[in-house]
Design a protein. Structure first.
Length: 396
């Protein structure tokens, strides 16, 4: 139930402040979800009185969280309404990422505008963490210089590995060759560290700050050198107790299968990781984008066998996830995205019968939204959505 702070006369000051902060968040999130809205329309959406919305709207304007558009008729009696929209003038979220073959970053304003971004190809496989992270430093410095007129509400770094989110420690990142690394200490800046695929999954859940995209519950599976997954449930990431949930790349497909970089055998990554698919198709790891798809279009036997094997393995691993998580919408990201038209049927050949509830589920397998650096996007959006959840904490 929405609580209207205008009805709280006589309560203690702290309680009034709490109600005001609560309702401030309701108004801001409603604008984020619905787009431009007049104050009268916000009152209709939230159940708050127009007087309350008017006061809160002015608070949001004063904080430069929203801005006003030209007046327009909004279907309500009286004078034309003045729509409010999220403002891109002040608050910014920053997402950073380091992977085995590149570093990247993106700054996104509260209205969804990309303020600045960078991408640099960079070999970091089995790398020294200090040297690898040093590649980020000049980019971060330039990015922050670009944002000097803005307020950065959070900077989040995505890393392909197990991350202790409470301490910001990368416990192990097999493809980077890292153990017990604290990126914030090495970089010398205040950043939060999270698993890169969780950030990618978050990017797939929101088309802009506070505005969900399509299904709000799905399993996101990413396929670069390694494979990871993220469970998004009602728009919220499922981290697990330690923040380690989603390592689907190390679900065992065949116990006596190929040796994996984690030290195990027969992991999903050995069948459906980007390098594994390219190798099975007879292609080198550094093959240009689009070559595999061209071979598939041309009916190349080796390419189709590689993708069939990958789809079969993905179907098995995701079936296990479905049994555990009760999810039926699957989104494939990064290196798997362009292969969805060829992977889907092979995955469905397993999903249609392996999960116990398969006869009651309507599975969908779709490509993630186009984005060259989704981890950076997800990190920036996560920082901004925290602002939307509690704007008072950022402007008091």
């Amino acid at each position: 139930m929405t609580i209207d702070s205008s009805a709280s006369a006589g309560t203690p000051t702290a309680r009034q402040s709490s109600l005001r902060d609560h309702n401030l968040g309701i108004v801001l999130r409603t604008i984020a979800q619905q787009g431009e809205l007049s104050r009268a329309a916000i009152a209709q959406h939230t159940g708050l009185t127009r007087a309350t919305v008017s006061r809160l709207g002015q608070d949001l304007l004063d904080a430069r969280l929203v801005s006003e558009l030209a007046s327009s008729m909004d279907g309500n009696p009286g004078r034309p309404g003045t729509p409010l929209v999220l403002s891109g003038d002040r608050f910014v979220g920053v997402g950073l990422e380091i992977n085995v073959d590149y570093v990247a970053g993106r700054a996104i304003a509260l209205d969804g505008t990309v303020i600045a971004e960078f991408y640099e190809a960079h070999e970091a496989s089995l790398s020294d963490p200090v040297e690898a992270l040093a590649r980020l430093t000049p980019h971060i410095n330039l990015l922050m210089a670009t944002l000097r007129e803005h307020t950065v509400v959070g900077t989040i770094l995505g890393v392909p590995g197990l991350v202790d989110v409470t301490t910001g420690t990368v416990l192990v990142a097999p493809n980077l060759g890292w153990r017990s690394v604290q990126p914030a200490g090495i970089l010398g800046i205040d950043i939060e560290v999270m698993n890169d695929v969780n950030a990618q999954g978050y990017a797939a859940a929101y088309e802009s700050p506070g505005k969900p995209r399509g299904s709000d519950t799905f399993l996101y599976v990413s396929g670069d050198v390694g494979i990871g997954s993220a469970l998004v449930s009602d728009g919220v990431l499922g981290h697990g107790r330690h923040g380690w949930a989603g390592e689907i790349g190390h679900v065992v497909i065949e116990p006596d299968g190929p040796l994996c970089g984690c030290g195990g055998r027969g992991c999903l990554e050995c069948y459906a990781g980007k390098r594994a698919i390219l190798e099975a198709a007879g292609l080198p790891p550094a093959v240009p984008d689009g070559v595999l798809e061209t071979l598939l279009d041309d009916g190349d036997d080796a390419a189709h066998a590689a993708v069939q094997r990958a789809g079969w393995a993905l179907g098995i691993a995701i079936s296990d996830a479905v049994n555990m998580l009760d999810v039926s919408d699957i989104i494939l990201g990064t290196g798997l995205t362009p292969l969805v038209p060829w992977l889907r049927d092979h995955m469905m050949s397993q999903l249609e019968w392996r999960p116990l509830a398969s006869e009651f589920l309507n599975f969908t397998v779709q490509a993630a939204p186009a984005d060259s650096i989704p981890c950076s996007t997800g990190g920036a959006l996560l920082a901004l959505n925290r602002l939307l959840a509690n704007p008072a904490a950022f402007i008091s």
